[in-house]
Write a protein that binds this ligand. Sequence first.
Ligand code: SF4
Length: 321
Amino acid sequence: MELLKLENLSVHFQVRKGLFKTTPSKAVDGVSLSMNKGETLAVVGESGSGKTTLGRASLRLLKLTSGRIFFDGVDVTDLKDKELQRLRKRAQAIFQDPYSSINPFMSIREVLMEPLAIHKAAEGKEAEERVYKALADVKLTPEEEFAAKYPHMLSGGQRQRVGIARALILNPDYVVADEPVSMVDASSRAEILHLMRSLQQKYGITFLYITHDIASAKFFSDRIAVMYLGRIVELGSPNDVVKDPLHPYTQALIQAVPEPDPANRLHERKVIPGEPPTPTNIPKGCRFHPRCPSFMKSKCDVIDPSLAEVKPGHYVSCHLY
Ligand code: SF4
């Protein structure tokens, strides 16, 4: 059953160019996507691909330029105030930076109590119990001891566990995890990904996992969407996308990972030939054509390919198929 549907979503910004000029940046440009309840979808791409903007837009944290968002069958695109607050309770985020996303002056107990208070979800003894349960879920035990600590007393990995506990304490249906392990030390990354995967399965949460690392996407997700310059260029199961990639950009992403074992090679630096994408300068025709080894003159630089299903559940946007 479908939980989230994005229909032709676009988020364009004006970015400053020089002192007086601005130029449009098409961070997300006509993306349609749906997610079933309990599914984990990984969105993969280089920086500038629009994956973070897509995740934030799906939470209604950004103003849309166009398109619609449906959550549990309800159009939430234009929700305001109380109704939007209700959506926020059901849709949470885990951020990349565990250092800046937690208030350093609050104890872990206060950090976890805050969303319960904001959403009037629990108070008093019940709130305290939910804090301890959330800490036990993310394996920060003994719970009472961790609840009394302050963020500076925790390691980066432990802080990110607090970030996960804070996102899950409201029992959300949908969670966006934006590069949740990229700023955590290498030794804790696989452990934290395993923890998130097991909590996602335990509570049947619908997860949007945003990453630049296709190896961890394969390990963590049910489906993978590869984004390039604001568009999805390939979508399918990890087997389809990682084992049988069709889009030349996906193939380049995979070739850039020397060892696809997430425990060993998470977030290894990838080098893909050609200029990295800039959403302020989108080429005509296929957006990938200036970097594509299979580029066909007078076709790829003229006609913008659309995302088409080439076999059941496997979609690609490329003139080769
Ligand atoms: Fe390459 Fe052409 Fe396919 Fe674009 S449409 S990915 S340029 S082959």
